[in-house]
Design a protein around this ligand. Structure first.
Ligand code: 5GP
Length: 190
């Protein structure tokens, strides 16, 4: 997606050869018109996949997921990282190792929200080693529903998440594929 790559080139900050910061449009401040375009692009790529629900993880997956949900006309569920008074029992819960925080946490979704007939599109902001996507996929599978695809805003193609997910048989669609973050510069794979 050229618009996204342009935005990354202009505003992305390379924190190390492993981590890209995009707080000006995705991870802190959000660019609504870019998110709308991202939602349209995801919707176009998965329009024929019979998606009935979108699942993401709070918080940075929510904006692109909502825009895709609006385009596809399906509900969006975000897995929650903390249990709260309103989210206590009847949960599907999975562990997820956070790439950026370097710690394990749990994500949960109410059992009421996913049913066995659902065809779920997983959406996330970044793909690194695939831990977040795999945790979402395990939740969908716990519910006996189907993972119909995985949509990623920024894939770091030099890490192994995409190959891990594709080896399992998931279709992965990334809107920007970063091939390296060397010397402060972002290079794209295609
Ligand atoms: P994975 O679970 O695939 O190893 O890592 C993906 C998750 O870690 C995403 O949900 C995202 O929040 C975070 N993440 C991974 N790499 C980066 C990065 O380079 N920049 C930012 N901002 N987040 C990242």
């Amino acid at each position: 997606m050229e618009l996204l790559k342009k935005k990354i080139r202009e505003e992305g900050i390379v924190l190390s050869d492993q981590v890209l910061k995009v707080d000006s449009f995705l991870n802190h401040q959000i660019d609504p018109s870019l998110m709308q375009e991202i939602g349209r692009t995801f919707a176009n790529r998965f329009r024929e996949s019979g998606i009935t629900k979108i699942v993401t993880i709070e918080s940075s997956g929510i904006a692109p997921a909502v825009m895709a949900g609006l385009e596809l006309g399906v509900p969006v569920i975000f897995a929650r990282k903390r249990k709260s008074l309103t989210l206590q029992d009847d949960l599907y819960t999975e562990k997820v190792y956070s790439f950026t925080k370097k710690e394990e946490s749990e994500v949960s979704i109410s059992r009421k929200l996913i049913t066995p007939d659902d065809r779920v599109l997983l959406i996330d902001d970044f793909l690194a080693n695939g831990e977040a996507a795999l945790a979402m996929a395990r939740i969908v599978e716990q519910a006996s529903a189907k993972v119909a695809g995985i949509g990623i805003v920024i894939e770091k193609a030099f890490q192994n998440g995409s190959s891990k997910l594709q080896e399992i048989g998931y279709r992965v669609e990334s809107l920007a594929r970063v091939s390296s973050l060397n010397k402060g510069y972002v290079e794209f794979a295609d």
